[in-house]
Ligand binder design. Structure first.
Ligand code: SF4
Length: 400
């Protein structure tokens, strides 16, 4: 049975859910790696492994969703809650451009005191100052949150955000796209599986490209992990709008859920399975941010063709205990030592060129920046332009 499925995968055939389960449960790890690597080599015969220089910025940590796997959020009214000011965000863009970056991955909590106009004003002011800078921003649950707050349908919110400067949507908040799991993780309220997929459908129809993700290793069964992949594959058949898939394991430290973390072997098997099932996705990223640089490098033999982002700033995974850091030099060493050619790319996976540190001197970034300095409790001036909804938000506005 395994041999038959493996032969079909090598010949370019598609696997169904039962076959994917059989592979995941029964195939030796080296066989899964071989199958995934065969597909990777067929899709990327040039031996290029890409990466992007961008910055992972979290504009607020205030969140009403309270997912039980999240160590990042703070409830409304918390003294540790923050919203970044526009000036602070411009400063982060300047630093990103200085190291050769061209994009923000901009995501945050579901803050009830930030209306749609705040996002529009932010995007417009970024584009006015930095017309070439890209905004890969607002995962589907954030779009749904803004839609509920503004009482506008999701397609209208996406249109307004695109008019303001949104370039593409990151695939965060997918976790596992099965509602039984979402209810147990306390993330069904922020977006059901159908709602998450619907945002992506609307985004693709509006001409945006997006990524897709999977966070595994909590309460899902093997079957549910595969159902997640199948749902992504179906939507990709329908729209072709996903540029890439990224998977990582649940990081338990400091979370309400707690528990253990999946192993590196499980990560590599899950990544390889994703490459086999997602035969209509061109790009798979290695999640070295959660798995570390060495497993990240091994990922290139298990189906990944992209090292993701040079990490300049990271807040979410670090809050849950993982704080791996690699700058461009280290990412390139890891790619080249694995036998591949390293190239910079943009969000559309278009190759931009060779490593930038070989073209010009750039500062090395050997520690990760944070969203804001420890102890900084300042409130951005421009927040007074936007009416707050929560009692705590109103109090902060009044005190300014
Ligand atoms: S994962 Fe996102 S939506 Fe869930 S609690 Fe954390 S910040 Fe909020």
């Amino acid at each position: 049975m395994i041999d038959d499925i493996a032969r079909r995968v090598v010949e370019g055939g598609r696997v169904n859910a039962a076959e994917a389960l059989e592979l995941y449960r029964q195939a030796p790890t080296h066989l899964l790696g071989h199958l995934a690597d065969t597909i990777r080599a067929r899709k990327h015969p040039d031996g290029i492994v890409s990466y992007i220089i961008d910055r992972n910025v979290n504009y607020t940590n205030v969140c009403v969703a309270k997912c039980n796997f999240c160590a990042f959020y703070r409830p409304v009214g918390s003294s540790e809650g923050y919203v970044l000011g526009f000036d602070e965000i411009f400063r982060k863009i300047d630093e990103t451009i200085a190291v050769g970056g061209n994009q923000f991955l901009l995501q945050g909590g579901h803050n009830p005191d930030l209306p749609l106009a705040w996002y529009e004003d932010l995007f417009r002011s970024v584009k006015a100052r930095y017309p070439e800078f890209k905004l890969h921003a607002l995962s589907p649950p954030e779009v749904i949150h803004i839609s509920r707050l503004s009482q506008l349908p999701v397609p209208a919110v996406i249109d307004r955000l695109v008019s303001a400067g949104l370039d593409s949507i990151p695939g965060g908040g997918a976790e596992i796209l099965v509602d039984r799991v979402r209810k147990l993780l306390h993330c069904y309220g922020k977006a059901s599986a159908d709602e998450w997929l619907d945002v992506m459908r609307h985004a693709h129809r509006a001409g945006l490209r997006t990524t897709a993700t999977m966070m595994y290793g909590t309460v899902e069964t093997d079957e549910e992990r595969i159902e997640h992949l199948m749902r992504l594959r179906d939507l990709q058949d329908e729209t072709g709008g996903f540029t890439a898939f990224i998977t990582w394991s649940f990081q338990p430290e400091h979370t309400e859920r707690g528990g253990g973390e999946a192993t590196g072997v499980d990560y590599l098997r899950t990544l390889a399975l994703a490459r086999i099932v997602l035969d209509n996705f061109d790009n798979l990223q290695a999640s070295w941010v959660t798995q570390g640089g060495k497993v990240g490098q091994l990922s290139l033999a298990f189906g990944a063709n992209d090292m993701g982002s040079v990490m300049i700033e990271e807040n979410v995974v670090r809050a849950a205990g993982a704080s791996y850091c690699m700058d461009e030099v280290e990412i390139v060493v890891n790619i080249e030592d694995a036998g591949f050619r390293a190239k910079r790319r943009n969000m559309h996976y278009e190759i931009l060129g060779d490593p930038i540190f070989r073209e010009r001197e750039i500062p090395r970034m050997l520690t990760l920046a944070t969203a804001r300095a420890d102890g900084d409790v300042s409130v951005p001036d421009e927040l007074t332009n936007y009416a707050a909804r929560s009692r705590a938000g109103k109090r902060i506005r009044l005190s300014q």
